[in-house]
Design a protein around this ligand. Structure first.
Ligand code: SAM
Length: 408
């Protein structure tokens, strides 16, 4: 049955939902700053308790929680009669996002967010803009029994920015210990704990820790689920303007020039849009190698500082972006999105795999025709005939075959 409570709020200029007048109470519950809002369309006067993340609002719960809040004397004297519909943002541990009476919660926001017991939950964290934190992430950070975080300081920093109190046990869970720690964490899952896995930014397992525990959970038959959210791959792909229907994610390119070139050669015939992560220290070298491997004409996008104040997308051909990186080196975090190969390029680049003897014959002919030393001719022939995995045929073997053909 609806109950009526008398609450005092301070009006703020912050805009909330359409038809809702936001009113702010300067206090917090469980670390979350609380805001109230009421509908102004005259039809009813529901009030909600919400949380504010930058300019975004979410509904946290109903009036029972609000009733616990004291007036702070700083208000402008606005008083609202507030009705509740009996939803109190709590449930009895069923974790189904519903109220105790079985009715649906407030649209799956924090109060109704699932906290599945006995489960590993991978959750994406913001990649720059704190307001991208989902209501599920916030609820999980607060209620998970164990939080396995890539960097515990960054976890607490995010919690502070969100105004969340991390109640569970926090465990450092990074590239160097994730295999060793996975089973211990899963033992807790087996006894009913919720284990939240978060990385420094974005989606765990995407160039971040998380895969080891997912694999072990699958092997042990334990539940694993995901609270998805920001990830730089999809953000960049969507903003690139390049085809999104088929794409491949290649993570970071190898650090060493020779390995990077081999990798890029292997990708020359890739028809799907290609996404790479890149760092400011290597972007210039990587652009040199991209230009050499893919030529200047393919379209690409360099997407930097996504979701942040200085977000920038440079779109153009590989040749144009190569120049722009030289003239105006990009800073911050970045993602490269490259157009896939055209039919023409695929035909040109499909590796023509020749035997060592055939390469030796070609090299001998080239040396003669172009007046080159045999070793130089072999280097050129080998570079023109990469193997399907992008590596180059062995020059020593080709040289030996040249000598053998001469009878030496
Ligand atoms: N797990 C993360 C994800 O889902 O995107 C990726 C982590 S990986 C260690 C870090 C790399 O992601 C950065 O070097 C950069 O290439 C990319 N990245 C992360 N945040 C970014 C942002 N805000 N803008 C552009 N690139 C970003």
């Amino acid at each position: 049955m609806a109950t009526t409570r008398r609450l005092t709020f301070r009006r703020t200029t912050r805009r909330a939902y359409k038809n809702l007048t936001p009113v702010k109470q300067k206090t917090s519950v469980n670390g979350l700053p609380l805001f109230g809002a009421r509908r102004t369309d005259g039809s009813s006067r529901w009030a909600y308790v919400g949380y504010s993340l930058g300019t975004q609002w979410g509904i946290l719960g109903g009036m029972e929680s609000m009733s616990a809040l004291p007036g702070n004397g700083e208000n402008e004297g606005m008083e609202h009669d507030v009705e509740t519909n009996g939803f109190d943002g709590r449930n009895d541990g069923r974790n189904d996002g519903r109220n105790d009476d079985g009715s649906a919660g407030f649209g799956g926001l924090v109060a109704g967010a699932d906290i599945p017991q006995g489960t590993v939950v991978l959750a994406a964290t913001p990649i720059g803009n704190t307001s991208d934190a989902s209501a599920r992430l916030i609820a999980l950070m607060e209620h998970a029994d164990i939080v396995a975080a890539e960097d515990t300081r960054r976890l607490y920093d995010l919690a502070n920015r969100l105004g969340v109190h991390v109640n569970g046990r926090v465990v450092a869970y990074h590239d160097h210990n994730e295999r060793d720690k996975a089973d211990g964490l899963l033992d807790n899952v087996e006894t009913g704990a919720t284990v939240l896995v978060v990385s420094d930014a974005g989606m765990p397992t995407i160039n971040d820790p998380g895969l080891a525990i997912v694999r072990r959970a699958i092997e042990r038959g334990l539940p694993v689920t995901c609270a998805p959210g920001p990830s730089a791959v999809l953000d960049a792909l969507a903003l690139s303007g390049l085809p999104t229907d088929r794409f491949c994610y290649e993570g970071f390119l190898p650090r060493k020039h020779s390995e990077r070139m081999q990798h890029l050669r292997m990708l020359r015939s890739e028809r799907r849009t290609i996404v790479f992560y890149e760092t400011l220290h290597r972007i210039a070298d990587s652009m040199d190698d991209l230009l050499e491997s893919f030529g200047p004409d393919r379209r690409m996008a360099l997407c930097r500082e996504l979701t942040k104040d200085y977000e920038q997308i440079r779109r153009g051909t590989i040749g144009e972006i190569h120049n722009s990186v030289r003239n105006d080196p990009p800073r911050g975090e970045m993602v490269l999105v490259i157009e896939g190969a055209s039919d023409e390029e695929v035909n040109e680049n499909t590796p023509n795999v020749l035997s060592i003897e055939e390469l030796a014959e070609l090299a001998a002919a080239k040396a003669k025709d172009e007046g080159l030393r045999i070793k130089e001719a072999i280097t050129r022939v080998v570079a023109e005939h990469p193997l399907p995995n992008g590596s180059l045929p062995n020059r020593k073997q080709v040289y030996a075959a040249v000598l053998a053909a001469k009878g030496e």
